[in-house]
Design a protein around this ligand. Structure first.
Ligand SMILES: Cc1ncc(C[n+]2csc(CCOP(=O)(O)OP(=O)(O)O)c2C)c(N)n1
Ligand SMILES: [Mg+2]
Length: 780
């Protein structure tokens, strides 16, 4: 920044604040009232929520932020963000005109769909907030290991937080985890407008919020009153005024903000008229001035906001509680119902006039401002935030060897196989081993990450000894924390796991270095972190999630730990490719594929659904073709005869039952096949894609079948399929539509219970007898 006089800088920032407020309100107004509406649906947008952050965001983006900082903007302040990027020249008028339309600026900032430098997507409140915290852990992880380019300075991870976002439990789960990890360089700016969607936030709650942050080691900076009010407080009896506002309930304050000068006068006369100093203040201010005074909260006072941000020069996590007014400067300021309120045409006309903007000049960047465009352009061009050009980085991919080490046990579970493969990688001094980072919500040992951790260690800012080892207490687990460690230990909170994976999985774009994150958890508890998993995928973060144990196959653990519909999540979740291998050699192929796929520009994250059930392993060496089949989702374990009338289709841990059933039916149904699937998700996706492709090239040459179409091709037209998996039967029943085969789907539709595998498979009809029975039914 050049050495511009502070007065001049303040003046220009105030001008830009007006412009940002205008553009955000106008963008929403245009989408709702000017653009033709074809479906009669309200387009929406949040003018009041935007107004509340206009000052803070103007200060941050035009003066305070640096290129290395990364920001999560409160979802409904998206138009403010786009307005700022428009002024920077990173957003087009066309996209603003198309706000909330196809291809236009997004309703909520989106890393993948917006073009204007979004660092973190937001939308589901609370998640963007936590994302900044877990990103600060990643920033430290790559910095302490010197994985990032040496010249990279640590940036601040900034969240602009709606006050009601603090009702989301995930924020506090993250705070606790952050405290354990001694997080640094984290700024959360709370837009304390005391309003949420439905109304006014609870008065008593916020009294505690500051204490909560302090409890976990944060600095709390409260931006309460602006310079006008502070001056009034300093006058005779001013202290009475301060006490009155301090004690004013949120709902009364909001209502008076809406009512304006006359309302304030009436309330203050009623309550404080006995104080001569207050009477003088009331006399000295007309209604308009009195309203300005009484709404002069620090979150809308540019100087106060700058002072607060610029007073911080260390890396201690800091929470700024910025008192603001929802709808500040707009006709419905403070009204409790203003969350989705939109200015009417008349109100907008008045607002435009007040902004000195002529009809037709609405999109002009500097219309209605008093500074010259030359001055403003120069000031914007020098914003430190853009000093280094493009902020999103693109680190090269890590080469994955052609094969991963594969254990050769005669009997093993996929979970054990996973642990052994990772352990073998850990033993090597390779780039692959260096780039893998594991994390788990307190289930690392029980998901077989123990051996990896023993070799690679836990990650921590500072060296911490393993006390048990020091005291010579025998334990199979080494638990030493160092900056070199490669396992990020998390407490039991699956939300945190997925947000941590999201942050690790964006390291190549946020922090200029590639990581290969692998997270483990119990399969049923995916549901606990599902919104965060969806959030991670929505941002196109890249990671491998290994979920084990799964299904009722975990048997004695009982119904509370048995996942049922996770195969459907695997199919239904965009940005996540899911696999459920039965055998360890398949797993080795899939882990290799997954580590590569995670890094492809058009790749995705990977979900491996594994099991603790030890299965006899096939004695085979997989050919390149077999490996390709495993990756594309399935292969014939026992080839069907041509025109076969029946086939069994199996997925995952129940494959031995399918093998046994197959052995017993081939006596009666010569030519019956056994199809082993590794990924209904992949097969289903490729099947749909092939159909779309055909639709597009109808009548031309393209008749390329998808893998599942090829696999099912040898069967007779009327063949029956009996499908079986330890999960919801719907995951495989779609197979009937591929070539019109009738399906008898076996699987789990009700809650499980404890038992051993034979009892449970019998009870839930997954055993060989049930499969044979289903074949008989299918044929009859
Ligand atoms: C997980 C989730 N639940 C519900 C919503 C719907 N929603 C959007 S904004 C909002 C209230 C936000 O209030 P606050 O954070 O105080 O923001 P303000 O508009 O006051 O700035 C709600 C409930 C959401 N976006 N995400
Ligand atoms: Mg609010």
């Amino acid at each position: 920044m050049t050495s511009m006089a502070p007065v001049q800088r303040l003046k220009l920032l105030r001008e830009l604040e007006r412009k940002v407020l205008w553009l955000s309100a106008w963008t929403i107004h245009h989408a709702n009232h000017i653009r033709p509406n074809r479906d009669g649906l309200k387009v929406g947008g949040h003018q009041a929520s935007c107004a509340s952050l206009a000052t803070v965001m103007t200060a941050l983006y035009f003066a305070v932020l640096k290129p290395e900082d990364r920001v999560a903007v409160k979802p409904h302040a998206s138009p403010v963000f786009h307005a700022i990027q428009y002024l920077f020249g990173h957003q087009t008028q066309g996209k603003l005109e198309c706000f909330r339309g196809l291809g236009g600026a997004q309703s909520y900032p989106s890393r993948t769909k917006d073009v204007d430098d979004v660092d973190f997507s937001t939308g589901s409140v609370g998640l963007g907030v936590a994302m900044t915290l877990f990103s600060s852990i990643v920033q430290d992880y790559v910095r302490l290991k010197k994985l990032a380019p040496a010249e990279r300075r640590p940036g601040r991870m900034v969240a602009l937080v709606g006050d009601a976002e603090l009702d989301e439990g995930n924020v506090f789960e993250a705070l606790l985890e952050g405290w354990k990890h001694d997080v640094r360089n984290l700024w959360w700016v709370i837009d304390y407008n005391r309003q949420s969607l439905d109304g006014v936030v609870n008065d008593r709650l916020f009294g505690r919020i500051g204490e909560m942050f302090e409890l976990v080691g944060w600095r709390v900076v409260t931006l309460k009153y602006g310079k006008l009010l502070e001056t009034a407080f300093a006058q005779p009896d001013g202290e009475q005024l301060r006490q009155w506002i301090d004690a004013c309930p949120n709902s009364l304050y909001s209502a008076l903000v809406f009512k304006g000068g006359a309302g304030w006068r009436e309330a203050l006369t009623r309550d404080l008229n006995q104080y001569p100093g207050i009477r003088r203040i009331l006399e000295q201010h007309d209604d308009q001035a009195l309203h300005r005074l009484m709404t002069n909260l620090a979150g809308h006072d540019m100087q106060a906001v700058l002072d607060a941000f610029e007073s911080i020069d260390d890396d201690r996590p800091t929470c700024f509680i910025a008192y603001t007014i929802k709808g500040q400067g707009l006709p419905f300021a403070g009204h409790k119902d203003n969350h989705s309120g939109l200015m009417t045409l008349d109100q907008m006309a008045g607002f435009r006039k007040g902004m000195d903007i002529e009809d037709g000049q609405e999109w002009q960047k500097f219309a209605g401002l008093t500074a010259t465009s030359t001055e403003l352009e120069a000031f914007i061009a020098e914003a430190p935030f853009n000093a280094e050009g493009r902020r999103r980085t693109e680190a090269p991919a890590v080469a994955i060897p052609p094969a991963l080490p594969k254990p050769n046990d005669k009997k093993a579970s996929t979970q054990e196989g996973f642990g052994k493969i990772l352990n073998a990688i850990a033993a090597e001094d390779s780039e692959l081993a260096r780039r893998i980072v594991t994390t788990s919500p307190d289930v690392s040992v029980s998901t077989n990450l123990g051996a990896w951790i023993n070799r690679r260690g836990l990650f921590g800012h500072t060296e911490a000894e393993d006390v048990f080892r020091e005291l010579k207490v025998v334990s199979a687990q080494l638990w030493r924390k160092t900056p070199r460690g490669q396992h990020v230990e998390l407490g039991i909170a699956e939300n945190n796991l997925f947000i941590q994976l999201a942050a690790l999985g964006l390291s190549h774009q946020l922090f200029d270095t590639r990581l290969l994150p692998v997270g483990t958890l119990y399969d049923p508890f995916i549901a606990r972190g599902l919104d965060a998993l969806n959030y991670a995928c929505y941002q196109d973060a890249r990671f491998m999630v290994v979920a084990t144990p799964s299904g009722i196959t975990l048997a004695p653990e009982g119904g509370a730990h048995q996942s049922i519909h996770t195969p459907l999540i695997g199919i239904g979740q965009p940005g996540l490719l899911s696999y459920e291998p039965a055998f360890v050699d398949e797993l080795a192929v899939l882990m290799r594929f997954g580590l590569e796929h995670m890094q492809q520009p058009k790749g995705s994250s990977i979900y491996l659904r594994l099991s603790t059930r030890s299965l006899p392993q096939p004695e085979r060496t997989l050919s390149a073709e077999q490996q390709a089949d495993i990756v594309s989702g399935g292969y014939w374990y026992a080839e069907p005869g041509s025109d076969a009338d029946v086939a069994i289709v199996a997925l995952g841990a129940v494959t031995p039952e399918a093998i046994a059933a197959h052995e017993s039916i081939v006596r009666d149904f010569a030519g019956a096949g056994l199809l082993v699937l590794t990924s209904p998700d992949r097969l289903h996706g490729d099947w749909l894609a092939a159909q779309r492709q055909r639709g597009r090239t109808a009548g031309i040459v393209d008749r390329q079948p998808s893998p599942i179409e090829s696999l099912l091709a040898p069967l007779s037209r009327d063949a029956r399929l009996v499908t079986v998996l330890d999960g919801h039967p719907l995951a495989l029943s779609w197979l009937g539509s591929v070539r019109g085969h009738r399906v008898v789907p076996l699987g789990i539709e009700s809650f499980g219970q404890s038992g051993d595998i034979p009892d449970l498979y019998r009870t839930y009809r997954l055993d060989a007898a049930a499969i044979v029975d289903a074949v008989a039914r299918a044929i009859s």
